[in-house]
Ligand binder design. Sequence first.
Ligand code: NIG
Ligand code: FE
Length: 390
Amino acid sequence: MSTTTLITNISTLVTNDPDLGEGPLGQVKDAAVVLEGDRVAWVGRAESAPQADTAYDAQHRAAIPGFVDSHSHLVFAGDRTQEFNARMEGRSYSAGGIRTTVKATRAASDEELERNVVRYLREAARQGTTTFETKSGYGLTTHDEARALRIASRHTDEVTFLGAHIVSPDYADDPAAYVELVTGEMLDACAPYARWVDVFCEKGAFDGDQARAILTAGKAKGLTPRMHANQLSYGPGVQLAVELDAASADHCTHLTQEDVDALAHGNTVATLLPGAEFSTRAEWPDARRLLDAGATVALSTDCNPGSSFTSSMPFCIALAVRDMGMTPDEALWAATAGGARALRRTDVGRLSPGARADLALLDAPSHVHLAYRPGVPLVGEVWQRGERVR
Ligand code: NIG
Ligand code: FE
């Protein structure tokens, strides 16, 4: 039998299971959790906690499920400080900056790319992220996309093939030939390392027909679609994502009422990425409108060197609460259970018996402080698969 650990004296525990506590977050006050191996074995009031091999005093801090960051782009080299500076002087964001990172990524060694992934995933873990998805998309050749996914797959099971990030500069004169490459040879080389297929469906990247062809080809190879949709402008992305049963439509910044209705009635999560609107000075996605319509909303970092160079889920929560109409409870749910839904996972994003033993202890009495005290490093301790990692 695996060893058991009792974490007790928790001020407020978020389980994300309404059957286990109060409200939609299933909150338990004066709580305890028992971990057994890499799983949660028991949660409830501290006074009725069972015995365990070791006991750990949470010192009256809050406990939450580890964050599930369901959208990041961590396999890259270089940075785009200059582009950020130019934006802060008034220039607007364009997807064309992706080419700068493609050049740097192609020139980097495998070791350099892997060092970067490890660096950013450690940074994220320090801020409470215990599950993360990451993508290719800065290689745009068969060789460079496959190596990005190979590197990513050494660090997470949630790997996404984004050969269709932009049309490769090598195919600037023949985008149709690039789509053929992505749906053919490149997909064949990349599919073994990936669980998901993604497309940046946007003016200047891929249109609805191209996105449909790429996601359909990915599906035929056993990958499940997700999509960068409606980030910079209105377009067909969101409705196409729902139609193709994508796990998630990501960004959702420019939505018509039809888009909102499609998300509310479909099986596709709306993943909002406020770090991108922060760093591109764009208008905020309207989380309130989506929630009121009945859509499932996730929050994620979109960590990448161009549009959103943050690995901090607490920062995204603070933005979502301040500027996107979410309550602190809704934002916490979206950053944990919502991310799990966007990855079609049931073992993470909750703290209830059987779930993976992934949790964060906050140097605060409740999760509300993540938005109430923005910018303060409140993630005190992190447990991943039952091991304390911070
Ligand atoms: O999610 N929108 C497309 N891809 C990224 C940006 C990538 C970049 O600018 O390097 C995003 O925002
Ligand atoms: Fe992205």
